[in-house]
Ligand binder design. Structure first.
Ligand code: NAD
Length: 487
């Protein structure tokens, strides 16, 4: 299937591959069900090694200036560009998204790295004469050894949400990739080394539940970020903060698109690509279309374009596993049994020549009611549920009742109506005529409600306060001129 040599799935500790753990697990390519490699499943002993390596690297790294530290990121950014074909191929093989989607995610990783390169321009420490002869000044100080636990759906991009900012700001990091897609992360760590990042500043521990719990408990780790499903996000947030760590924990999503009667059907492609891009496995994917009044031409256009997307081509990739395919198809069947109408059916999709792959075709379901499982739970596949409403406030109430709160978007030509809806939407990232309203750098990424736990967003300017501690220094210069600090 590929010309790449797929051998590197150990841990990456102190700049080299470590096979310390006894257990391994097969990494399956969702494209055809073949075994790509084996990944180690680490224990807390392996984590100790990684934390020790990070602790040893921390004093020298954290005492460099921000401008010195970002030099390595400039070189890393160039290496991402030089190796974009190989990285995209790894993403494609282990995740199953299309090659174009894989490349787009590496490009987004480049953009995230560029933001980290620009951090010296963003961090303006404050200094002020707070009293006669007395100065107060703030300094951003690294937090220390930090950890980032990431999901399967963006093997290149999500690690880049955290690594560049965290290390630019002087921290040493332990990354825990998804055991389903460990190869891209390993290659990213190698490229950091090639860029000149000293050993121990970035380490990888692979594994599952056991290593995630060990990260939450480890006394040598000061801060944890998590991206994944809501159930695990809650466990990680609770456990990491119980152990007095800083934590941002991003969970799942159920994103609503409001379609108004005046929405242009030229926007249908936007809605279909939001629903089916990365086979619906994006936390910003369109999941529920809330139709306000009537716009049947839009539904027809969405159905026609969905039918035209061919799984297993460069138009639509796979879902991650056999279990995911079964889960998604069960949701569709349950909705049908509950009375919904399947307009486009992606169940039982088999791609000739790739019979072992986990393909689900685009699926559009009409007559969904707000109480159905498919309307409330995260499906994480290329499935769009249509709920019909009579007015805008009824539509808003449906979105507001969702447990999640990542994204919401309105499709209309009416600006004041768009503002009315988005002001009331209970989601952290909203858009007008934009199917996937991901904020671009320097704006930060982060949802609300059960899509995000913790005070900060995970990227952009807002993440600076997560990755640093603020030191406040008060200095008195004029010893001869007595001043009370309050005067
Ligand atoms: P997941 O929760 O199954 O796994 C995420 C990470 O947690 C992985 O590294 C995994 O090894 C680990 N993990 C899994 N089960 C665990 C357990 N019981 N205890 C401790 N650790 C455990 O998520 P996934 O299937 O890899 O990714 C898909 C999910 O991620 C979706 O719900 C999606 O919405 C979400 N996601 C959210 C965002 C966001 O920004 N909010 C972004 C990307 C993905």
């Amino acid at each position: 299937m590929s010309t790449l040599t797929l051998t590197k799935t150990g841990n990456f500790i102190n700049g080299k591959s470590e096979k310390a753990s006894k257990l391994t697990k097969e990494v399956i390519s969702p494209i055809d069900g073949s075994v790509l490699t084996n990944v180690v499943l680490s224990s807390s002993k392996d984590l100790d090694e990684a934390v020790n390596a990070a602790k040893a690297a921390l004093p020298a790294w954290s005492s460099k200036t921000l401008k010195q530290r970002v030099q390595v990121l400039y070189r890393f950014r160039q290496l991402l560009e030089d190796n974009i074909e190989e990285l995209s191929e790894l993403v494609y093989l282990e995740n199953g998204k299309t090659k174009d989607e894989a490349k787009a995610e590496v490009l987004k990783g480049i953009e995230l790295t560029e933001f980290a390169c620009s951090l010296p321009q963003f961090i303006n420490d404050e200094v002020q004469m707070v009293s006669r002869g007395i100065e107060c000044r703030t300094t951003h100080v690294p937090v220390g050894v930090v950890a980032s636990i990431v999901p399967f759906n963006f093997p290149a991009m999500v690690p880049m949400w955290t690594i560049p900012n965290a290390i630019a700001l002087g921290n040493c990091m332990i990354l825990k990739p998804s055991e389903q897609v460990p190869m891209t992360a390993y290659r990213i760590a190698e490229l950091f080394s090639e860029a000149g990042l000293e050993d121990g500043i970035l380490n990888i521990v692979n594994g599952e539940k056991e290593i995630v719990e060990a990260i939450c408990d480890h006394p040598g780790i000061e801060a944890v970020t998590f991206v994944g499903s809501t159930n695990v996000a809650k466990i990680v947030y609770r456990r990491a903060t119980y152990n007095y760590k800083r934590c941002i924990s991003l969970g799942g999503a159920k994103n609503h698109l409001f379609v108004l009667p005046d929405a242009s059907i030229d926007m249908a492609a936007n809605i279909v690509s939001s629903m089916a891009g990365s086979a619906g496995q994006r936390c910003m994917a369109a999941s529920v279309l809330v139709m306000v009044g009537k716009n049947d031409k839009m539904i027809d256009a969405i159905c026609e374009q969905s039918r035209n997307l061919k799984p297993g081509t460069d138009e639509l990739g796979t879902v991650i596993s056999k279990e995911s395919k079964e889960r998604i198809e069960n949701y569709i069947t349950q909705a049908e049994e509950a009375g919904a109408k399947i307009l486009v059916d992606g169940r039982n999709t088999i791609v000739p020549g790739l019979e072992g792959g986990f393909y689900v075709g685009p699926t559009v379901i009409d007559q969904v009611t707000p109480d159905m499982n498919i309307a409330t739970e995260e499906v994480f596949g290329p499935v769009l549920s249509i709920i019909r409403t009579n007015d805008v406030d009824e539509a808003i109430a449906i979105e507001n009742n969702s447990a999640y709160g990542n994204a919401a978007a309105v499709f209309t030509e009416n600006g004041s109506m768009a503002n009315y809806i988005l002001d009331k939407a209970s989601a952290g990232m909203v858009g007008v005529n934009v199917g996937v309203p991901v904020p671009r750098e320097p704006f930060s990424f982060g949802g609300w409600n059960d899509s995000s736990f913790g005070a900060n967003d995970i990227t952009g300017k807002n993440s600076i306060s997560f990755w640093t501690k603020l030191k406040k220094r008060t200095t008195k210069w004029n010893a001869e001129d007595w001043t009370d600090w309050m005067s």
